[in-house]
Design a protein around this ligand. Structure first.
Ligand SMILES: [Fe+2]
Length: 264
């Protein structure tokens, strides 16, 4: 059969991947005995993405597939597993040293400590670490008119021991946007729209692969039921009570950048 991907040689990478995807969907149709009515219903939902904000397409794809891409990358990496970036990163966060800007009197005091090392266990000085997280109500700065981006965001460099330590307030769990067709899909599946509380990191240093990750808190709401399936055991941290502060100690093993072939 001309279109049987199990029997013919793919013409190129796109042919290889897309044909395998089509075959996987055909297998679901067979295994789940999908009816014509269900097929037309699925097309109806997909058509609702026409005319929606571009983030709706990103939202549904990232929700279902992004972490799988990072998990696959991890099979080739000797350092830490990447974790999905999410939609709320913003360029232009302020340079900080020991704290993120918070709203005085609001939220629970929280300490983010993180240690960065190479695959041999040597600390890495000068890693530029972008940190961002939700406020105590589960909202991100920069996404509301009265909530400027200097809040709950910052860029910090690791010290000679490969460490950073930032005071902030504890972020809260939050739902993903559900007003569009992605929300409709979740409702049809009777799935939760919530993400567990977390802190995002984007870590950059010359000679290393840029590393994106998140830190989650053990025994907190939705850690076992993240709508975007972005929690892995290696990025769930126990919270330590230290005086008025709750604290986590994050560990990151940076992955070396691939060696570029010399130009001949
Ligand atoms: Fe987030």
């Amino acid at each position: 059969m001309e279109n049987d991907v199990t029997k013919r040689t793919p013409k190129n990478r796109a042919d290889e991947v897309i044909s395998a995807l089509v075959e996987a969907i055909k297998n679901v149709i067979r295994e789940k005995d999908v009816s014509y009515e269900e097929y037309r219903s699925a097309l109806g939902v997909l058509n609702k993405y026409n005319g929606t904000a571009p983030y709706e397409i990103n939202l549904v794809c990232d929700m279902f597939f992004e972490q799988a891409v990072h998990d696959q990358a991890k099979t080739h990496l000797e350092g830490s597993r990447p974790i999905l970036k999410g939609p709320y990163f913003l360029e232009g966060a302020p340079e900080v040293t020991d704290s993120l800007k918070t709203v005085p009197g609001e939220g629970e005091p929280f300490m983010i400590r993180a240690h960065f090392e190479d695959p041999n266990g040597a600390p890495i000085e000068g890693v530029r670490v972008n940190v961002w997280h939700a406020n105590p109500e589960g909202n991100y700065s920069g996404y509301f008119d009265d909530f400027p981006i200097e809040y709950f965001r910052g860029k910090v460099l690791t010290d000679s021991q490969g460490n950073i330590a930032l005071k902030t307030t504890k972020p809260k769990e939050y739902p993903i946007p559900t007003k569009g067709p992605t929300g409709e899909i979740l409702k049809a599946m009777e799935r939760s729209e919530w993400r567990p509380a977390h802190i995002h990191f984007l870590c950059e240093k010359e000679g290393f692969r840029p590393h994106i990750t998140q830190a989650y808190f053990a025994d907190h709401a939705f850690v076992d039921d993240d709508v975007v399936d972005g929690v892995r055991p290696d990025v769930v941290y126990e919270i330590k009570q230290e005086g008025e502060f709750q604290a986590i100690d994050v560990n990151v093993v940076m992955n070396r950048a691939p060696v570029k072939a010399a130009i001949s």
